[in-house]
Design a protein around this ligand. Structure first.
Ligand code: CU
Length: 136
């Protein structure tokens, strides 16, 4: 018959093994998403190269090119650069990226599209929808 001490050690050993298994599973699953797209966090990509680049000019409350729906593969990086003739604010809905627009000075938002859906890119002062981003 095992002593109380043996039972106690065995219980501790079981707990340690169970914890090690949990840690191993978490470690493996967190390291295995390199190639995945849905696990890619939304992140600013700064001034580096991106997968898709868009440039929009606003003159007299009209956008060039005109508003369009653009499809972006999930996980790709994009940069939207806007030049406005009036002071304004650029806003990418959903991803909640903003840029202050100074008249005549291009301003950019750049990010990784890690969330699926339809997101409007708009200006707050001229109240224009510049793009509809479809991420899938
Ligand atoms: Cu907005």
């Amino acid at each position: 018959m095992p002593s109380k001490r043996d039972v106690w050690y065995r219980a501790i050993a079981v707990v340690v093994v169970a914890l090690a298994a949990v840690v191993a599973i978490v470690f493996v699953s967190s390291g295995g998403d390199k190639g995945g797209t849905d696990a890619v966090p939304v992140a600013d990509v700064g001034s580096g190269p991106v997968d898709r680049e868009f440039a929009i000019t606003i003159t007299n409350r009209a956008a060039t090119p005109p508003t369009s729906r653009v499809e972006i593969p999930m996980g790709s990086t994009i940069r939207i650069t806007v030049t406005s003739d009036v002071a304004d604010e650029l806003h990418v809905h959903g991803y909640d990226r903003k840029a202050v627009l100074t008249p005549g000075v291009p301003a950019s938002v750049a990010f990784r599209a890690g969330t699926a859906g339809l997101f409007e890119v708009e200006t707050h002062v001229s109240d224009l929808v510049l793009m509809q981003l479809v991420v899938r």
